[in-house]
Design a protein around this ligand. Sequence first.
Ligand code: HSE
Length: 435
Amino acid sequence: MTTKTVKIGICGLGTVGQGVIALLAEGGEVLSHRVGGSIELAHVATRTPRPEVDTMGAKDSRDVFAVAHDPDVEVLIELIGGTTVAKDLVIEALNHGKHVVTANKALLADYGEELFALAEERGVVLRFEAAVAGGIPVIEAVKTSLAGNHVTSVAGIINGTGNFILTEMAAKGREFSDVLAEAQALGYAEADPTFDVDGTDAAQKLVLLASLAFGARIDAGAPYKQGVDSVAPADIDYARELGYRIKHLGIAKREADALQLRVHPTLIPEAKAIAQVDGVLNAVMINASGVGELLLVGPGAGSRPTASAVMADVISVARSLAANEQPDIHSMGVSVNTLSQPAITDISEVSSAWYLRLDAEDKPGVMAAITQCLSHHGIGIESLIQKPESAALAKVPVILLTDEAPTRAIEQAIAEIEALPSVGGPVTCLRVENF
Ligand code: HSE
């Protein structure tokens, strides 16, 4: 019996592209066995030549559209990133009847609905396991493995660079910029790391995860965003003293008639497993009606882990093609036309407990004035640390943990605290989630 050869093309041979080639080269017989045929790298395209990469005899183009137009290629892997050329490339490939696998969360957060609909119309797949949480198979988990559940919330560490930065700052007292430079050198950060730092990368991934989990259409701009750069080393230390770790989380919660979507640094009790997930690891915690609470942990960025996720999609499509079967063309698990459009809860209405840090004069009545500002807005205090007086400082740090309160109430209380003559400078404010 002859077995089918599925021909693939890769656009972009950067960190992830090179990882995919390495896994293909290592795959050998095991890969063919799983596919029920063989996978051949037929074509690669990179803007600048990459003579150092062994492309296994594939055609080598400078123009990525040559892969979309190549009649030999059945599956195109888009790894060029960005939302301009990549969008045109994916459209061109889908229109030419190619199945597409991508790691591009920015592209799908911005244009997913249009591209998924085009794939369905053309009868081809557009798959994106590698776009969220690197090597963790969370897309397949939410789309397929948890299909028998109603998901109530998804909360995760979904930016490896941010987690690496917080971990190194906490463990070794390293400077933010120094750790970010190392994350870039290790291939964790985006080409422009602004998106890792300001929460945009995590927000894009949250949009994809929440769309799948809740069967919803969600705009890329919908999540509230606060970056990992809003965490000072002092906050990491004080949080630890209070029994918490700070993690940068993406959180999506189903409410009665709306969705909460937010990305921000979060204090988490250190006893929670997700609080112990360090370095470039990602973690996604899912609460669902049947399974209860689930925590998926694994490498969230880097060449081989992300390539592992790309290969999962390639093998899944290749397996169908090798068996002469139609692969599942529903990128979101259901037809994209049937997705709902829920309201998004305004961040001012979202409640959590709060961590506040401020500098205040160490004299009688100051604490009472601060607590009054909070109680005016119905906010109780859970714990309070006042650092001892220091001869060198006119004011001393005060750290408070509050009970749950809506964002609007804490912002009003903070404005009153900042206006107190005995308090100097702005109040640092972070959310606390006790899960
Ligand atoms: N820059 C991303 C991160 C890469 O650090 O998580 C993986 O999406």
